[in-house]
Design a protein around this ligand. Structure first.
Ligand code: FMN
Length: 221
């Protein structure tokens, strides 16, 4: 560090010398211009209607992407054309679960798509037990939504899911740490599942069952 830029001793206010005032004024001008340019770009983008297109499509455009012509019969046609097992994601009710079984789905994912579509929709862990009971083992039942740690996976298994899926946990790990971040999150989840199983006295995920959880609203008043 050069002598002219030495940091003043604690408690000693720097003197307002001419070079310092010039430096301060230059920094202030730089910030005002930078913020001005960002605001100007935002305003021009908004004026051209690009913000809605790029960032947030209006609801009617989103709905327009969903074809009302799709019916339950299409599930069977899709499976036949694909020659692959079809798993339906977004099931939250017994009625839809039974329709999925009836129309040849190989499995369902009890999901509210991360609660990002319809505000106030049921939590997936609340919907899971009755869907599992209705399906009665005829097709696979998976679940997602709010899986952040190994114990969340164990709760899902305890309530009858065959497997749990994670969205944001993995997406955020990817954003923060790329491939290594995703590996880290998956390994953390794996370690937490192992630890949780051990603490529950279970030697495998298959051994986790309803007796391992108690839902608050099932408890006697
Ligand atoms: C940024 C983002 C985009 C998503 N896009 C879709 C989508 O296009 N189709 C879909 O079925 N689910 C979509 N989802 C929902 C996920 O597939 C998944 O159901 C949800 O993230 C699970 O909840 P979690 O994030 O709490 O784990 C999206 C989720 C996020 C966070």
């Amino acid at each position: 560090m050069s002598a002219s830029r030495a940091v003043p001793a604690p408690g000693v206010a720097p003197r307002a010398t001419a070079p310092r005032l010039k430096q301060f004024a230059a920094a202030a001008v730089w910030w005002v211009l930078s913020i001005g340019i960002v605001v100007a770009i935002w305003e021009i983008t908004a004026a051209l209607g690009l913000i809605n297109t790029i960032i947030l499509p209006p609801p009617h455009e989103f709905v327009a992407e969903m074809s009302p012509s799709v019916t339950w019969d299409d599930v069977g046609s899709l499976a036949a054309a694909a020659g692959l097992p079809v798993i339906l994601k977004g099931i939250l009710t017994v009625e839809d679960a039974l329709l999925a079984v009836e129309h040849g789905a190989a499995g369902i994912v009890v999901s509210n798509h991360g609660g990002r579509q319809l505000d106030g929709v049921a939590a997936t862990l609340d919907a899971l037990p009755e869907v599992v009971d209705a399906v009665g083992g005829r097709i696979e039942v998976l679940v997602d939504g709010g899986i952040r740690r190994g114990t969340d996976v164990l709760k899902a298994l305890a309530l009858g899911a065959r497997a749990a899926m994670a969205g944001r946990a993995v997406a955020f790990a990817l954003a923060a740490g790329g491939e290594e971040g995703v590996r880290r999150v998956l390994s953390l989840l794996q370690d937490e599942i192992r630890l949780g199983l051990g603490l529950l006295g279970c030697t495998s995920p298959d051994a986790v069952g309803r007796s391992h959880v108690e839902r608050a609203y099932d408890l006697p008043a």
